[in-house]
Design a protein around this ligand. Structure first.
Ligand code: 2HA
Ligand code: ZN
Length: 273
């Protein structure tokens, strides 16, 4: 495997673990590889049918973490805890071409592949990484308030000016569904039509990014905003936030377009809470 690519993957695996977002076997990672990142020593296994054909990803290769693996172990047992899959020419089957020795792809494999198909199209091919992890404060928010995508994004953006700067696409909120289920894959794909990041109720985040650092950074920024909210609550409760006009000005200053339909710029109530 490409040494630089693997070192970067290992670094992100360690960061996820250190952040406390990847307990036991929590979290999973997939990367749509560039040809220069394909394994140089491929050893193709048998073709296995995909439950649903994904022609948008025909011929692509993906690095994926293994089902049940502990993210902290990926740097130490890479050939067991991750691997590379290749999709066939019509996107109806896949085979392992490197790694996954004695293991199988992540339990969220299908959600990852379907998410890649949606985000590849939405981003004009720029986004290549799907990262799933369990950030503590974002998940805790689900337990203290009723949320929807607008309320969650606006709350987080209103906590720190870098919020809209670092995740201008916002974050969708999905009601509880079983992880690994078709239902959660379908809901995630629908949310990914509009948002590059999704909070699964009571569970964790699915984020799509251009590379590992981009996807990790978006989650880190959203979690930072949630932590500022938490700290403000601990200090006695939020009484002031960034106003929608200030968030819009920050985005405009950086030539970013915030996700539509989140900010209320018509002069109504001027904070997110
Ligand atoms: O891979 O986090 O959502 C374990 C999980 C499932
Ligand atoms: Zn999970």
């Amino acid at each position: 495997m490409n040494e630089e690519f693997m070192q970067n993957l290992f670094r992100i695996a360690e960061e996820l673990s250190r952040a406390g977002w990847a307990e036991a076997n929590a979290g999973n990672i997939s990367v749509r590889l560039r040809p220069e990142e394909y394994p140089t020593d491929p050893a193709a296994g048998p073709w296995q049918p995909l439950a649903i054909a994904i022609p948008a990803l025909a011929g692509e290769q993906f690095l994926v973490t293994a089902k049940g693996c502990q993210i902290r172990n990926v740097p130490h047992f890479p050939r067991r805890d991750c691997g590379v899959l290749e999709l066939n020419g019509d996107g109806t089957a896949y085979r392992v071409v490197w790694g996954l020795e004695g293991t199988v792809p992540t339990s969220e494999f299908f959600a990852h592949l379907l998410s890649h198909a949606v985000r590849k199209e939405q981003s004009g091919g720029a986004e290549r990484v799907i990262l799933h992890t369990h950030p503590v404060t974002l998940v805790a928010l689900c337990h203290v308030m009723e949320l929807d995508s607008v309320k969650l994004t606006r709350l987080l953006w209103s906590m720190h000016p870098e919020g809209v700067a670092l995740f201008p696409g916002g974050i969708a909120y999905l009601p509880f569904a079983l992880s690994g289920s078709r239902e959660i894959s379908a809901m995630t794909c629908e949310a990914f039509q509009k948002f590059p990041m999704v909070l699964w109720e009571y569970h964790g985040v699915f984020a799509s990014g251009r590379d590992l650092d981009h996807a990790f950074g978006m989650i880190q920024a959203a979690e930072k905003c949630a932590n500022i909210y938490k700290a403000a609550c601990e200090l006695g409760g939020v009484t002031r936030t960034l106003r929608d006009e200030e968030i819009a000005a920050m985005a405009s200053f950086l030539h970013l377009t915030p996700a539509p339909g989140i900010l209320n710029l018509s002069g109504g109530a001027n904070h997110a809470l």
